[in-house]
Write a protein that binds this ligand. Sequence first.
Ligand code: CU
Length: 198
Amino acid sequence: MRDRKHMTPRRRIALLAAFCAVGLMAASCGADEGADVRTIGDGGSASASGSASGTASESGSASGVAAAEKDCQPVGEDLEGDADATVDMVLSDYRFDPATVTVDAGVVTFATTNEGDEAHELAFLPGGGPVPFTEDGGPDEEVLAEADAFEMEAYGPDRDCNATFELEAGDYTLFCIVESADGETHYEKGMAGTLTVE
Ligand SMILES: [Cu+2]
């Protein structure tokens, strides 16, 4: 059985999905080379691309304790200069502020600050709705990957981190599934929000 506390597999999946979304790994993903945005779902109502920077790197455990000292790994720095909108957001234990965000479709920078005592991430679930969990109580990484969830990796307290994505219209759930020392994810503690891209 998978060790819930070791979340690297999910992160690899999420990262792969993010790269696939922008066709950086077109060969692996089956996307057309050069595609900027990969349509998600039947109607294409909720699709998004991660940054094309390729700067987001894989990292180790993201449990709240282990990740507490992690530095920001910015996403989409190369897109930031072209951002149509910037959303200032505070991450804390355990909420996003604001937790309800509406932006126009386009290039959006999330300028985040971690004011909590634990590491936090900003993850996006295209299509909205609740974050899927498996029967054993952990986030369902397969379903998240299938939904092309993408994220800014968790980073530690008293730091800033920017993530820029090209977003298409649709509903997205914002979430953080860093796990606290008590084994509960931040999402379960209420760290969730909604993003509406118009
Ligand atoms: Cu968190």
